[in-house]
Design a protein around this ligand. Structure first.
Ligand code: FUB
Length: 323
C-alpha cells in the first residue's frame, strides 16, 4: 500500500497510537472537534473531550470497527481539560490506557485508565500518575517491562521541567544550547505508577553531540518507539519544523543517534504518528488536515506502508501527495 489512505473519513481523529492485540490491529487516536477556541501557541484549540477506539483485521482492504466513546473527560475525577494523544498497553489480562490531561490547575499530567478489553471502556484511576508531567505518552513493551516515552514543548509544557522538577519559570533553550529531550520511564509492576525517575531521551548527532535547540530535527513532541532488526527506533515530531524524524539506539533508554526524516511536512501544523508491523508489512499511521481544508485542529487519520533500505534506514515518505 504505497499510496496513503484515510481510514476514518467520517470523523476527525488524530495522533494515532497503534498496537496489535490477539492478532487484531487497534488504533487509539485523539478525537478532534471544533470547540470554538481560537488557535494559540498553547494549543488551547486542541480541546478534546473523549476518546474512541478503532480495530480491524485487514488494514489495506478492510473496514474499521468504531468501538465508540471509551473514556471521556467528565469521568476523570482530577480532570481540568484537554485529552490529548493516548496509548494503550497490555499486561496480565488487563489493558491500560495512558492519557495526558490538564488537571484543575491547568497543568498537564499523565493518567491511567483500565479495561478488561482492548476496546474499552476504560475506567480511570482517581489520581494522575505521581510525578508525571507533560504530554504524549507512548508505551513500549519488552520482556515484560513497559516503558513510557513522553513530553512535548510549548502547549505540552515540557519547558517547565528540568531533572523532573518544576522550574520556577519555564525555559526554552535557543541557538546552540542543548535541545530539551523527551523522557522515558519504566512503569511499576501494577502498571499504574512510574517505577523510577524519568530519564532524558538523548538524541546525538553523527559526531556524538546532543542535538541543539536550533536544529530543525530536534525533538518537539509525539514520541514513538519500535524495534527493527534488534535496534531501537525512537521517532518523534519536530513540531514547529513539521517533520517526523527518527534516531536509533541499542536499548530502550538510548542514547539514540539521529538518522533522518520519516515524513516531510503534512497539511496542518501538527504531525504525529505510530509505526507498527502487521501481517508482515510495516505501516506509518499519521494524520493531516487535508479533509478539513487545512484546519489544524480538525485532523484525519491516514495509513501508508513504511519501508526500510538494506541498512535498516527508513525511506522518507512525502507528507503531501502530488496531484
Ligand atoms: O492532539 C494534540 C497534540 O497535537 C498532541 O498531543 C501533539 O502531539 C499534537 O499532535
Amino acid at each position: 500500500m504505497k499510496t496513503p489512505k484515510y481510514i476514518v473519513p467520517e470523523d476527525y481523529m488524530a495522533d494515532p497510537s497503534v498496537h496489535i492485540f490477539d492478532g487484531k490491529l487497534y488504533i487509539y487516536p485523539s478525537h478532534d472537534w471544533d470547540s470554538g477556541i481560537e488557535e494559540n501557541d498553547n494549543g488551547d484549540h486542541f480541546n478534546m473531550k473523549d476518546y474512541h477506539v478503532f480495530s480491524c483485521e485487514d488494514i489495506e482492504n478492510g473496514t474499521l470497527t468504531d468501538h465508540g466513546v471509551v473514556l471521556s473527560v467528565e469521568q476523570i475525577p482530577w480532570a481540568g481539560r484537554q485529552l490529548w494523544d493516548n496509548d494503550v498497553a497490555y499486561k496480565d489480562g488487563k489493558y491500560y490506557m495512558y492519557f495526558p490531561l490538564k488537571d484543575k490547575n491547568d497543568t498537564f499530567r499523565l493518567g491511567v485508565a483500565v479495561s478488561d478489553k482492548p476496546y474499552g471502556p476504560f475506567i480511570p484511576e482517581a489520581d494522575p500518575i505521581r510525578g508525571s508531567y507533560s504530554i504524549d505518552p507512548a508505551v513500549f513493551e519488552e520482556d515484560g517491562a513497559h516503558y513510557i516515552y513522553f513530553g512535548g514543548l510549548w502547549g505540552g509544557q515540557l519547558q517547565r521541567y528540568k531533572d523532573n522538577k518544576a522550574l520556577e519559570s519555564a525555559y526554552l533553550p535557543h541557538g546552540d544550547e542543548v535541545a530539551i529531550p523527551a523522557r522515558v520511564v519504566r512503569l511499576s509492576e501494577d502498571m499504574k505508577q512510574f517505577a523510577e525517575e524519568p530519564h532524558a531521551v538523548v538524541i546525538l548527532d553523527g559526531e556524538g553531540n546532543p542535538l541543539k535547540a536550533d536544529d530543525p530535527h530536534r525533538f518537539f513532541e509525539a514520541s514513538w518507539m519500535h524495534k527493527y532488526n534488534g535496534k531501537y527506533y525512537f521517532s518523534y515530531s519536530t513540531g514547529d519544523t513539521h517533520m517526523l524524524c527518527y534516531a536509533i539506539g541499542d536499548n530502550p533508554y538510548g542514547p539514540f543517534t539521529y538518522q533522518g526524516v520519516i515524513l516531510t511536512p503534512v497539511v496542518g501544523w501538527t504531525t504525529h504518528h505510530s509505526i507498527v508491523e502487521y501481517k508482515g508489512k510495516w505501516y506509518l499511521f499519521h494524520h493531516d488536515s487535508v479533509p478539513s481544508g487545512g484546519t489544524t485542529w480538525l485532523r484525519s487519520l491516514k495509513v501508508v506502508e513504511l519501508e526500510y533500505d538494506q541498512e535498516g534506514r527508513i525511506i522518507t515518505i512525502e507528507g503531501t501527495e502530488k496531484q
